[in-house]
Write a protein that binds this ligand. Structure first.
Ligand SMILES: O=C(O)CCC(=O)C(=O)O
Length: 271
């Protein structure tokens, strides 16, 4: 079962895991998400009244985005180190995973896609020669694919995402294609062989950052609500605004697990 999942992840460049967030935690995630969405909505509305441009993760008239999210509630840190998704991701990425950014993402009903078909990275693989001997040995013990991934993004469905809810969509297998240019389509649905990724609340999508992807128009009568986490390798660039600082950082250093501190980019955990 798991072997099949890793094979699909490697060949298709993405995989969906249902129930990644267990039921009791999902209720806490939803409560925290709803609160943050409510509290930040006035500022988002003010922004889009003045400025129609799109920023990071498509923030703008078609998407309400809050980043970073970790300092808004500790449950968002728990999701960053979700044991199910991290255990899967590190067997494709290696022992030195680190989070580089995170966001809360609301795509209100009736809004058009906040992005076009694109890929996030130029490369799909991590060069094992960039690791020291102990990381290379750890990789040999954990790996389930030939070549470690450079970047894995993990999106969590906070509420159900259906075909019409502007789902995150991909072209399976495109993460390994040589083409540098992605064809432009006015109608995003014209992309051949694309897949709209749907699922119930609590599901997670793990995907290689080089896969061709987009969001679709939200033609549903409900919002799409996701938590987004982006992981590369320890020591690589993190977005400064996503690095916890000051007293928040000190508390995390005192309270959180070695894995969490590695994912935050503070220090490598020992294995
Ligand atoms: O919101 C979406 O579904 C698209 C996300 C995206 O384009 C990205 O993470 O690079």
């Amino acid at each position: 079962m798991t072997d099949d999942l890793f094979k699909r992840f490697d060949e298709d460049g993405y995989v969906v895991v249902e129930d990644a967030i267990p039921g009791d935690q999902l209720a806490r995630v939803q409560a925290a998400f709803d609160r943050v969405e409510e509290e930040t909505r006035p500022a988002w509305l003010e922004r889009i009244a003045k400025d129609k441009s799109r920023g990071s993760y498509g923030v703008g008239p078609d998407a309400h985005v809050v980043e970073p999210i970790l300092d808004q509630d500790d449950v968002f840190i728990d999701v960053m180190e979700n044991p199910v998704t991290i255990a899967l991701a590190e067997r494709m990425q290696g022992p030195d995973m680190m989070m580089i950014d995170n966001a809360l993402h609301v795509k209100p009903p009736g809004k058009v896609a906040h992005t076009r078909w694109h890929k996030d990275s130029k490369i799909w693989e991590h060069d094992v020669n960039e690791w020291d001997a102990s990381d290379r040995a750890a990789w040999e013990n954990m790996r389930v694919c030939e070549t470690p991934y450079h970047k894995i993004k993990i999106f969590f469905f906070v509420y159900d995402v259906d075909f019409d809810t502007g789902p995150f969509s991909v072209v399976p297998g495109s993460h390994k294609w040589d083409e540098q240019e992605i064809p432009r389509y006015e109608d995003l649905n014209e992309m051949p062989n694309h897949v709209r990724i749907t699922g119930p609340a609590g599901s997670a999508i793990l995907w290689n950052g080089r896969i061709w992807h987009t969001a679709m128009d939200n033609t549903d009568d409900k919002a799409r609500r996701l938590l987004l986490y982006n992981y590369t390798h320890f020591g690589q660039k993190q977005y400064d605004w996503c690095i916890p600082k000051g007293e928040f950082r000190e508390r995390l250093v005192r309270e959180r697990s070695p894995l969490c501190k590695q994912l935050l980019g503070f220090e490598r955990m020992t294995r």
